[in-house]
Design a protein around this ligand. Sequence first.
Ligand code: SAM
Ligand code: DTB
Ligand code: SF4
Length: 331
Amino acid sequence: MTFPELNALYQLPLFELIQRSRSVHEEHWPAAEVQLCTLLSIKTGGCSEDCSYCAQSARYNSGVQAERLMEKCDIMKRAQAARDAGSTRFCMGAAWRGVRKGTQRFEQVLDIIQDVSKLGMEVCVTLGELGPNEAEKLKEAGVTAYNHNIDTSPEHYPNIVTTHTFQDRLNTIRNVQDAGMSVCCGGILGLGESTEDRLKMLEVISEFNPQPESIPINSLMPMPGTPMAEEQGVDVFDVVRIIALTRIAAPKAKVRLSAGRTNLSEEAQTLCFFAGANSIFYGDKLLTAKNPAVEKDLALIQKLGMKPQEPNRQLPPPESDDAKALEPQPV
Ligand code: SAM
Ligand code: DTB
Ligand code: SF4
């Protein structure tokens, strides 16, 4: 969807925008389903990159200590516990600039993925930059989706990160798609960006061919010691509008209400689900930051009469032209 189309939708009165996103949602998804994804940081802190929102960058005194890659047996325990708690997607994150074929740590990660993928959940990893060979290896090992966010607009990106470029992010996403994995790609609201930047980010994401399988919408969790520590929180109605737009711009993508849910009331989260969010991170911790307690999430899901989504390990291979042919609703 183009910037002018997104902008016209964004200017609609909120109820009208939500009415449109709700009808797109109902056309493509069960009305009351939510995907539960568990996140695990398998390698925390000490990252070479300077992403100014991130507590895991080695450049900031955030209090997050650099750790080694977790042992496979510990990861397996966490993955089994996630499955037992009802998660259908297990997402492993590593604070790396990227991975390279032939290195010991990449081989270790491949071995971990092979075992985790036998548990029957969707397996998502986020390991930073990938070349085509690395992407192929991950696909072979059993990864269903690769998370790599563009985080903001191409114009604002250099204000947030200087150690890699927006184009580097796009190249990795291309490599993931070429290897036949699904792409999970979204961004963060609250990095000092304008509304225009948010819409430009959505323009880029929705113009991917094929469109991402899932789109995480994070709200900045200001982390002490990072350059973004004092940023103001995002207005909840801005989050709802962006969720609604994302649903309209990428009807078949799972829209994940991601970091920042601890700052949203149950009512605000409900509005996000109504507007088109159908996935959450489930578990008391994200990578280093807090997430709502499992019991609270289950209670909310039950109160709303929603149902957790079944896992789908046989995700259809990315379809390029079909995704391109999706016509946005007339504005
Ligand atoms: N190193 C890998 C990378 O950068 O792609 C994977 C891990 S990184 C922490 C994954 C994503 O988490 C980032 O792209 C960003 O969208 C999100 N994130 C990180 N810190 C955040 C924060 N403080 N608030 C909200 N989202 C955050
Ligand atoms: C995504 O978009 N959000 C998740 C996941 N993908 C890897 C990460 C959120 C991290 C929040 C900050 C933290 O826990 O340090
Ligand atoms: Fe490293 Fe990823 Fe954090 Fe950037 S977002 S500092 S690449 S862990």
